[in-house]
Design a protein around this ligand. Structure first.
Ligand SMILES: [Zn+2]
Length: 109
């Protein structure tokens, strides 16, 4: 079972207290976007074997959305952080690199 520490209230919440919100850090496009950009936003998702960044909501707690980094193979959770960031925090990226040298995910590594 997955357990995440909510970065807002500090509670260790298991996945039954959370709601998965899909991939983190998707770039939204406005009405002037090209068809390809809008299609990519709507339908293109990563499905990595390894490090992945996701959105989760602490539904049965504070109710806030947060981001989490975890491994899709081992289910190891590398860390969580607030959603008000455009990129994962550097200390989290460094910790992942220490555990999984050579990893990559979209334009982050
Ligand atoms: Zn919370």
């Amino acid at each position: 079972m997955l357990t995440f520490e909510c970065p807002y209230c500090g509670v260790d919440a298991d996945e039954t207290e959370l709601h998965a919100g899909g991939e983190a850090h998707l770039k939204r496009f406005g009405p002037d976007a090209s068809d390809d950009d809008f299609e990519g936003y709507l339908f293109t998702r990563e499905n990595p074997k390894g490090v992945h960044f996701e959105r989760w909501r602490h539904v049965n707690g504070c109710g806030k959305w947060f981001h989490a980094a975890r491994c899709t193979i081992t289910m190891e959770v590398f860390g969580t952080y607030p959603t008000q960031t455009l990129r994962p925090p550097k200390d989290l990226l460094d910790a992942i690199t220490e555990k999984r040298p050579g990893w990559s995910w979209r334009n982050v590594s």
